[in-house]
Design a protein around this ligand. Structure first.
Ligand SMILES: CC(C)(COP(=O)(O)OP(=O)(O)OC[C@H]1O[C@@H](n2cnc3c(N)ncnc32)[C@H](O)[C@@H]1OP(=O)(O)O)[C@@H](O)C(=O)NCCC(=O)NCCS
Length: 389
């Protein structure tokens, strides 16, 4: 018998955006969409359940979310139910946990739902909530939020490699244009270079359109052992490789040069090795574009281009249709939106539809290999590589 393998067998998503839906409404909507995506699976078949969510205690006044979410998906888990939280990387972490549970023999099928109710009536509270994810005594007590930190990353990259503000903006233009074909995306109007360049300054050089959007949303996937997967669908989407790294928590713990992310390079090599592929084999990727500069550095550290050439890579259209690798066809965090706990699961949904030729007008033709990446800090990365076979 060959080595055990694990695959996605179902995937669904809610509309992302400023939603009136509550935390539990979003869960129920994603649960229904997930079951609707594969009529061979019903809630009674699911005995293991994972919820990925970051701060429901703050934004929805709801703790203990795993059994609540299972209930609202119609599931009564008898094998296990867990919550996974790793800030922005929670969704990918949750799918890795499902993978590990299946590989360990604890179960052969797990449902994973990722959700975040980000939009709260008091707008400023969104930022307070997000700050709970960084070091309280060293950082967030001083009011530090991600935009100024990533602005310093951008400044370092521009100084060291000559990356320009226009190149940053082109990431946003690309992702906004991609999201026009994603009916679930928060923003669907597209964007021009001028629109991005003249949008409101947030933290120099980052402008509003360089930043990921605050969004409500949820997504779900079902992951199964190969034998079970084959009995549920004729097109399982296999997990070929994965890696996770945490190389320091507070930002001051990172190496001085923020333009270079060695931990991502390390994790990517590990994931490629496990999958038996190299970066040139990746056809389509959803990477963590929390800010435009992040996507540029991710091209480099994931090995899509040489170090320092990320700006030119996007400028030359190499991360778009017709280029080396299509990056963020969904619109990414910038245009599809970033409901923290849902984002990694939303990326897996994109893998599911792309590798089954179900992505409609944004289909990457002939895509065989998909890479999903989340970060939860400059030194903390989560990767999953999927394949058709
Ligand atoms: C950039 C940021 C500070 C802007 O916050 P803000 O000043 O409160 O702005 P709002 O969220 O109210 O957005 C203002 C408008 O711009 C729109 N907008 C926000 N981001 C946008 C984007 N990337 N593209 C297009 N429009 C965007 C909003 O939808 C809103 O439109 P509306 O008025 O029609 O509803 C905030 O979005 C932010 O902090 N983003 C980063 C989130 C983050 O750190 N995530 C974790 C990363 S690891």
């Amino acid at each position: 018998m060959g080595q055990k393998r694990v695959a996605l067998v179902a995937a669904g998503i809610t509309k992302f955006g400023k939603r009136k839906a509550t935390f539990r409404d979003l869960i129920a909507e994603a649960g229904k969409a997930t079951f609707d995506s594969n009529k061979n699976i019903s809630p009674k078949d699911v005995k293991a359940f994972i919820i990925s969510t970051v701060y429901p205690e703050r934004s929805a006044f709801q703790g203990h979310p795993a059994p609540l979410a299972a209930e609202w998906c119609g599931v009564r888990p008898t094998e296990f139910h867990e919550r996974v939280e790793n800030q922005c990387g929670s969704g990918t972490s949750a799918i890795r946990t499902a993978y590990a549970a299946i590989m360990s023999g604890l179960t052969d099928l797990v449902m994973v739902v990722g959700v975040e109710k980000v939009m709260v009536p008091s707008h400023k509270e969104i930022f307070l909530n997000a700050m709970a994810g960084s070091d309280r005594e060293w950082e967030s007590c001083f009011g530090v939020t991600p935009p100024p930190l990533f602005a310093m990353v951008a400044q370092a990259h521009m100084q060291k490699f000559g990356t320009t503000e226009e190149q940053l903006a082109l990431v946003s233009v690309k992702n906004h244009n991609h999201s026009k074909t994603n009916p679930y995306a928060h923003h669907q109007k597209g964007a021009t270079l001028e629109q991005v360049m003249t949008s409101r300054l947030i933290a120099a050089p980052l402008k509003l359109f360089d930043c990921s959007t605050n969004t409500d949303g949820a997504a779900g996937v079902i992951v199964a052992l190969e034998e079970r997967a084959k009995s549920l669908t004729d097109k399982p989407v296999y997990i070929l490789g994965t890696a996770q790294i945490n190389d320091g928590y507070p930002w001051v713990a990172y190496p001085k040069d923020w333009s270079t992310w060695p931990s991502l390079r390390f994790a990517a090599q590990k994931a490629y090795e496990m999958a038996g592929i190299g970066p040139k084999d990746v056809d389509v990727a959803e990477v963590h574009d929390c800010f435009t500069i992040s996507e540029i550095i991710e091209y480099e550290e994931l090995g899509f281009c040489k170090k320092g050439e990320g700006g030119r890579f996007v400028e030359d259209g190499q991360s778009d249709y017709g280029g080396e690798v299509v990056v963020n066809p969904s619109g990414g965090l910038i245009a599809c939106g970033h409901p923290f706990g849902a984002t990694g699961v939303r990326q897996a949904w994109e893998a599911y539809i792309q590798l089954r030729d179900e992505a409609g007008t944004r289909q990457v033709k002939g895509a065989e290999i998909f890479l999903g990446h989340n970060l939860s800090g400059l030194g903390e990365h989560h990767i999953l590589i999927y394949g058709r076979s």
